[in-house]
Design a protein around this ligand. Structure first.
Ligand code: ZN
Length: 148
């Protein structure tokens, strides 16, 4: 495993749409391992591949309940609404309130290409939405309704 450099706001790769993963190979596993290590080292709760300069649709999340890895994630259900403070490892020193669904269900694949579903409420719903936004080239600070 290796730490990767976290790209910061202004880096154009953060605004590009990531591509679907088609090969569930050793390189994908290495990427996911590196992403998790990089996220932990930076004290984050989520990281998307474009944040380390790779335009592949994969994210890692750990809000304190263990590691979640999602490849080609798609939100298939979303319920309710919440407004909470967000930050981002790619947008240092910016915090602000963003409106998100209260609960989402995501369909995705694991690192071996097995189909999985992940449901998240509250902070996990925020993390799922925030990381999937990264795969579409969207940064949270454009969605801030109230800056702190
Ligand atoms: Zn982020």
């Amino acid at each position: 495993m290796a730490l990767r450099t976290i790209r910061k706001k202004g880096d154009e790769i953060l605004y590009k749409k990531s591509k679907e993963v088609v090969n569930f190979d050793k390189r994908l596993s290495e990427l996911l391992d590196d992403m998790y290590e990089t996220m932990k080292q930076a004290d984050g709760v989520g990281l998307a591949a474009p944040q380390v300069g790779i335009l592949k649709r994969c994210v890692v999340i750990d809000i304190g309940d263990g590691k979640i890895e999602l490849v080609n994630p798609v939100i298939i259900k979303s319920e309710g609404e919440q407004v909470g403070q967000e930050g981002c490892l790619s947008v240092p020193d910016v915090w602000g309130d963003v409106k998100r669904p209260k609960k989402v269900t995501v369909s995705a694949f694991d690192r071996n290409g097995k189909k999985i579903e992940q449901t998240g409420e509250d902070l996990l719903a925020v993390a799922l939405c925030h990381e999937i936004d990264h795969l579409n080239g969207e940064l949270f600070d454009d969605k801030i309704i109230k800056q702190d």
